[in-house]
Every structure is written in C-alpha cells, then in structure tokens.
Design a protein around this ligand. Structure first.
Ligand code: OAD
Length: 236
C-alpha cells in the first residue's frame, strides 16, 4: 500500500462549525492569543485559560465530523494513511481515522502543569462536559491543565510527524494557513518524488517551488475532488 500523509488544520473542521483562528471572524480576533494560548498567559491567569479550553471541549458535543474528515478516513481502504493534525478537536477520530498525530494536543485530555509531557500524568477526560477546575491535581500532585501545546512550549510530536511525512508517497495539506511553526515546516520533509496536494479556499503561504497541486476549494468539496482523482471512484 502506498503511504499517504494528511497535514490538517482548523479549515478541515470549519464546515463542522468550529471557528478557525486567523480567518476574518476567527478565534484570535475574539480572544488575545497571548492570553489564552501561550504558556505565559497560563501562568498569568490559569483560571481564564482553563475555562477557555473547558468551553472548547463543551463545543465538541455540538459538532460532527464532516465529509472531508470522513473521506480522509475512507482513504484507509486504499492507502496507508497517517493524519498529522494541528487541531485539538477529535473529529478525525470520530470520522474513523485510526492513525492520528495531534501536534498541538487534544481537548479531551488533561495533564500536569509541572510535567506536561510525562505520559504518567496525561489522562483522558470521560466526557465533553468534564471540566478541569482550579484545585484538580495531576498524578504528580501539580495543578491539572489542558493537554494543549501552547505558544512558548516545545512540540514533542513534531519528530514522529516529520518521520511520517518523509516516508509518504502522497502528502495532502488541508485547511491550514501554514503560519505556525514547526508544523508549517513539515512540508520541507516531503520526498522529492512525492505528490503534494493542498486544499484551501484561500490558499496562502504555499511554497511555489515544490510542484504543489492546489485545489482552491473548501475542505468537503476539495476532498471529494481529490478522492475521485486518486481512487477513480465517486465520493459517496
Ligand atoms: P488558521 O486559522 O491559521 O488557518 C485556517 C486555514 O483554513 C486558512 O488557510 C483558511 O483559508 C482555511 N479554511 C477556512 N475555511 C475552510 C474550509 N471550509 N475548508 C478548508 N480550508 C478552510 O488555522 P491553522 O493553520 O490550523 O495553535 O492554525 C494553526 C495553529 O494556530 C492552531 O493549531 C492553533 C493556532 O494558534 C495553537 O493554539 C497552539
């Protein structure tokens, strides 16, 4: 089986009703990114940040995977698929993808403030309405915090992600503004002979020297086109 890696961002979940970050009306227009998504912001006001992610977690109950997530999962019938996502939602998993690397963490997990990357401290929350509260403790006794990689923190999953990209026959970028590093640098690991596709209605920051096939459409429509192109079958 040929190996296919998806690099996905907020745009793939936009049609499910989850707001992107940098589009007009995006999340970072309403909330200062430095306050709610940086390690310094967390240390300044842990309650504000914990509540911000509690709200994002609640929202998962009201959204469903869309056709783009489902077609990514369906391609597992034909390809050895790995999804590398910057998203902290669980829509790829709920659509049926089996091999998902979350670069920026997961809303449904919590961890320790003192040792955020210690596997012994990472727990899966039981439900979308499970809140993290001030005073909740991780296994090491420190304050429980969202399992999110904030600005100012290292991105431990970048190495396995780069390894996957370097082995891929086909790389597909869906719905990311390619603004945030190191995630945006992953394209640099693609093999010279790999086919690269990019689906985004407003493509930007697209490297011009890599022979990238740009599909300037929304994720659902673009994934339908790509599915038909790669499998020769109609996307149902
Ligand atoms: P952005 O909000 O930066 O970019 C979203 C991209 O999706 C843009 O290129 C849009 O054009 C595109 N888009 C919008 N609607 C779409 C649709 N229906 N179908 C396909 N594409 C669509 O989001 P990311 O690139 O994912 O990190 O942001 C990367 C990181 O920045 C996030 O993981 C988050 C944020 O700060 C942290 O919080 C650490």
């Amino acid at each position: 089986m040929k190996k296919m890696v998806f690099l996905t961002g907020a745009g793939i979940s936009a049609e499910s009703g989850i707001t992107t970050f940098r589009d007009s009306g995006g999340l970072w227009e309403r909330y200062p990114v430095e306050a709610v998504a940086s390690i310094n912001g967390y240390h300044r006001d842990p309650e504000l940040v914990i509540n911000f992610y509690n709200e994002r977690r609640h929202q998962l109950a009201d959204v469903q995977p869309n056709e783009a997530h489902r077609l990514v999962a369906k391609l597992e019938d034909t390809y050895d698929v790995c999804v590398v996502t910057q998203n902290v939602d669980n829509l790829h998993e709920r659509a049926g993808s089996h091999n998902v690397i979350h670069l920026h963490g997961e809303l449904m997990k919590a961890t320790s403030t003192a040792n955020p990357n210690d596997p012994k401290c990472i727990v899966t929350l039981p439900a979308t309405d499970s809140d993290i509260n001030i005073g909740d403790k991780a296994a090491d006794g420190s304050q429980l915090r969202p399992f999110i990689v904030w600005f100012g923190e290292s991105v431990p999953m970048i190495e396995p992600a780069a390894e996957e990209v370097s082995k891929a026959d086909i790389v597909v970028v869906v719905g990311t503004s390619l603004n945030v590093y190191p995630a945006a640098g992953l394209l640099g690991y693609t093999r010279r002979d790999a086919g690269i596709y990019l689906i985004d209605p407003l493509p930007n920051n697209v490297p011009s020297d890599m022979g990238i096939h740009v599909i300037a459409k929304k994720a659902t429509e673009g994934m339908r086109d790509l599915y038909e192109l790669l499998t020769g079958k109609a996307a149902e």
